[in-house]
Design a protein around this ligand. Structure first.
Ligand code: NDP
Length: 248
């Protein structure tokens, strides 16, 4: 059977590890040309090389997306490289958990810049190009923390709640241009995400919680991205919430 995304170009932000890396591999396996965006060039080059070795098409764009000019430019470069953009997976993000009273406000700044503003800027650049094509798909990686909040998640939840609000307004606008919008909300996934938590007591207790469960694997989320992006054009998969069985 023909690959379901052959001829399509997909950009994945945060493709150097975790969910982004697995998603890039999964979209490649369906025949898409993939543009890999993040800061760690070596990790991206290694992934691109492994995709090309198997006969796929991959390009690397090194960018610090928290710099919003770089975020926009990464999308423009992808379009320049392959001549079009069919799928944008806004995946790059940080989860800097911590209690509000004791949090480093710099953590909030980083989460709002990357999780929210970079996603908005990449999306704007993408929909401008996709509108001209009459086709496109924006996939935003939110979180269960985009639907619920608890102690130490206030700042992170604020950023992921913003992703949900932005995505819903966007969906209603761009469907008229042939562009689909999907929000994916993972529960706990085994990735490098927790390594960047700066509040040490929170980091310890969160990692302790994960150690007692079987978390999702990045491939489980990549499969949801493939599901949404391989539906017939009439199908707009708006939202997918996925928790590990062990997560309450
Ligand atoms: P990882 O830490 O493994 O991946 C994060 C990715 O984002 C990396 O590729 C990193 O690349 C990239 N990134 C971070 N900062 C920047 C930046 N300034 N500019 C460009 N790229 C950046 O974690 P996950 O794979 O888990 O996270 C991916 C997404 O999934 C995030 O949005 C996260 O909130 C979400 N999520 C994760 C869950 C989990 O439990 N793991 C649960 C729910 C949602 P580099 O450092 O090379 O720049």
């Amino acid at each position: 059977s023909p690959l379901r995304l052959s001829g399509q170009v997909a950009l994945v932000t945060g493709a150097s590890s975790g969910i982004g890396e697995a998603t890039a591999r999964a979209l490649d396996a369906e025949g898409a040309a993939v543009v890999l965006v993040a800061r760690r060039q070596q990790r991206l080059e290694a992934l691109a090389e492994s995709i090309r070795r198997e006969g796929g098409q991959a390009a690397v764009v090194v960018a610090d997306l928290a710099d919003l000019a770089q975020a926009r430019d990464a999308v423009m470069q992808a379009i320049g490289l392959f001549g079009r953009l069919d799928i944008l997976v806004n995946n790059a993000g940080v989860m800097l958990l911590g209690p509000v009273a004791d949090a480093d406000p710099g953590d909030w700044q980083r989460m709002m810049e990357l999780n929210v503003l970079a996603l908005m800027h990449c999306t704007q650049a993408a929909v401008q190009a996709m509108g001209g094509q009459g086709r496109g798909h924006i996939v935003n990686i939110s979180s269960v923390s985009g639907r619920g909040a608890g102690p130490t998640s206030a700042g992170y939840s604020a950023s992921k709640w913003a992703v949900g609000g932005f995505s819903e307004g966007l969906r209603q606008e761009v469907r008229l241009l042939g562009i689909r919008v999907t929000v994916i909300e993972p529960g706990v996934v085994a990735t490098e995400l927790t390594e960047h938590i700066t509040h040490s007591a929170t980091k310890e207790s969160y990692e302790g919680r994960i150690a007692q469960m079987t978390p999702l694997e990045p491939e489980d989320i990549a499969a949801a991205v493939v599901y949404a992006t391989t539906q017939p054009p009439r199908v707009n998969v708006n939202e997918i919430l996925i928790r590990p069985l062990d997560q309450g």
